[in-house]
Design a protein around this ligand. Sequence first.
Ligand SMILES: Nc1ncnc2c1ncn2[C@@H]1O[C@H](COP(=O)(O)OP(=O)(O)OP(=O)(O)O)[C@@H](O)[C@H]1O
Ligand SMILES: [Mg+2]
Length: 258
Amino acid sequence: MNAADLSSQAPLLQVRAVSKRYEARTVLERVTFGIGRGEIVSLVGPSGCGKSTLLRVLAGLDRDFEGDILLDGLAQLGPSPRLGVIFQEPRLLPWLSVADNIAFSAGPRRGADPRVGQLLDEVGLAGTGAALPKQLSGGMAQRVALARGLFSQPDLLLLDEPFSAVDAMTRMRLQDLLLSLTRAHGTAALIVTHDLDEALYLSDRVLLLNTAGQRGAGRLVRDIDVAARHPRDRRDRALAGVRNELLDGMGETRNAYA
Ligand SMILES: Nc1ncnc2c1ncn2[C@@H]1O[C@H](COP(=O)(O)OP(=O)(O)OP(=O)(O)O)[C@@H](O)[C@H]1O
Ligand SMILES: [Mg+2]
């Protein structure tokens, strides 16, 4: 079998035995999982267990770790246009227009690219391309960040608590927007969230990271399929069952896994 056949069979992303230390302290230990093409996966776990650290490693923003990260079977050695990254705060450049921010990965003033107009339409912000970031509400700015994350047509979006700074109604609208965007673009997503209900509403799978390893290093302690079909009812009892399993996993002491 040639390399092309092999890579077409591999999951989109393979994370193999990733460990990460900050000086003497191990923050992540032997983290292994995969993400399939178009799959929506949430990563939950208590504060400080290493979720953002893991996301930065996967995004190629931190290369000081042990283990392998493979995209389509090929080792990832740094940031890639095939990975779109979205943080808790929109991180827009204040001196650039909305359109130029969206197209920034192509160069500093590329907002005239026809894909920008299309993305603005898709995120519900048609006509705002010339606006400056300071003219936007928090929810609008995060829509722009979503459009920017999709501009390079990535295979995988990595999102770190993307909706935690907006009010509850805006958050629900942004969750639905994320689902429709990932579906329309065939993009997989890994979403770090503190909100179990958000994880259950959005995801095909939920990963639970907990401080389970030696000296409290973060390890994956659950990998749970969420079988409910979309559109989901947030009050679905089947989701409540998964929620209880996650709460059990959060409550387990680290010694049980050490
Ligand atoms: N640059 C750094 N240098 C040293 N320690 C760090 C650094 N960044 C994070 N840490 C430590 O690594 C651990 C994991 O941090 P991380 O930010 O990944 O947690 P998290 O799961 O994202 O938490 P939260 O849910 O609060 O965002 C924490 O104990 C943190 O103090
Ligand atoms: Mg974090």
